[in-house]
Ligand binder design. Structure first.
Ligand code: SF4
Ligand code: SF4
Length: 342
């Protein structure tokens, strides 16, 4: 394990950004934070959860996929992708690291999404153990350990230092380039923090929330449940829950005509929207109840059915704090699964 004194944190960031683009969580307004490209002197935020997850760096909200230029009967296809250089995302929480496994199972299976694949290939993830997990966190429900997140390098931040533990070849390679700004450590302080985090995790209000009632092959059990009626009643269909969610992966592709051709964009979409997957034959889900049900059934039943039992919720709690009517996946789980959280 390597140690970097906090007084040298910016030297560490300067060093990384000298050979790769670096993204760190930076405070924005009202105590919020988001991942931003590092510039000299920037301060890494200690905020537990960025408003938007680091998913954006691998699967951007809006992306110009390609252009078509026409000249007479000729069409030129222009590939706009630029992500061929390594980049480092520093400070990714355990739940958000896990979200990449969910996204990988969508974008890296045949036919592979080469835009996403290129970014995954070049992206190096430095995760951050959660010193102070929030009351809205329930990553434990899905088997995620916030005290020992996955990632290429796992980082523990104490009062005076960062402790960096490389877990993959990519991580080892990155750490080997940071020898000047780090020193060898026995990792005892990191271990101490790990134990402290475990104690906090056990006391969280959602610590005992279980997902056992859901999962593979439960479609029949939940599809026609009467609870959907009341749960979906106040949903505004605003899509906020899908846009802040690290595992949501729906998108739409739109072509825009230019003076001499066409620009093709990919933009995030939301199953909560009334026009989602609308076809010439019409809209497949006519009511908000059907759309609401789709989102939660996908997280808790359809996705695990198609992916060896893996849920497509990582318990980050963003939908708990951001939904304007305070509806969220925990309420759905409690109502449908008959879960008593005591
Ligand atoms: S559940 Fe909440 S955040 Fe999601 S679409 Fe409905 S109102 Fe918006
Ligand atoms: S459904 Fe909610 S808690 Fe689960 S991963 Fe998405 S935003 Fe986070």
């Amino acid at each position: 394990m390597r140690k970097c004194l906090l007084q040298n944190q910016n030297k560490l960031f300067d060093q990384i950004s000298s050979f790769a683009s670096l993204y760190i969580p930076v405070e924005t307004t009202g105590g919020n934070a988001s991942f931003k490209k590092y510039e000299q002197g920037m301060v890494m935020s200690d905020v537990l959860k960025t408003d938007r997850s680091p998913k954006d760096l691998f699967f951007p909200q809006t992306e110009n996929l390609m252009e078509f230029k026409t000249s007479g009967k000729n069409i030129e296809v222009i590939d706009n992708r630029k992500e061929s250089e390594d980049f480092v995302v520093f400070g990714v929480r355990g739940c958000d690291v896990k979200s990449f496994e969910v996204l990988d199972r969508v974008f890296l299976v045949e036919p592979v999404d080469t835009y996403y694949a290129t970014r995954r290939e070049h992206g190096i993830i430095v995760s951050m153990a959660c010193g102070r997990p929030a009351e809205t966190c329930f990553c434990q429900t899905f088997g995620i350990d916030a005290s020992a997140p996955e990632g290429d390098i796992v980082c523990y931040k104490t009062e005076d230092a960062l402790y960096l533990d490389a877990k993959t070849e990519k991580g080892k390679n990155l750490l080997s380039k940071l020898a000047d700004v780090t020193e060898e450590s026995d990792g005892k302080e990191a271990l101490k923090q790990k134990e402290q985090i475990k104690t906090v995790l056990a006391k969280l209000p959602l610590a005992n929330l279980k997902a056992d009632s859901f999962g593979k092959d439960k479609t029949k059990e939940f599809f026609d449940a009467p609870e959907w009626q009341i749960l979906s009643k106040s949903c505004l269909g605003c899509g906020t829950c899908t846009f802040v969610c690290p595992t949501c992966q729906c998108y739409d592709i739109k072509d825009f005509k230019t003076k001499d051709g066409v620009q093709r964009f990919r933009c995030w979409d939301s199953c909560m929207y009334s026009e989602f997957t609308k076809m010439s034959a019409g809209q497949p889900r006519l009511t908000q109840l059907e759309r609401f049900r789709q989102r939660f059934m996908h997280k808790l039943v359809y996705y695990p059915t198609n992916n060896d039992g893996l849920f497509s919720c990582v318990g980050c709690g963003r939908c708990i704090s951001k939904c304007p009517i305070s509806m969220n996946i925990v309420k759905v789980m409690k109502a449908l699964g008959g879960i008593d959280n005591e």
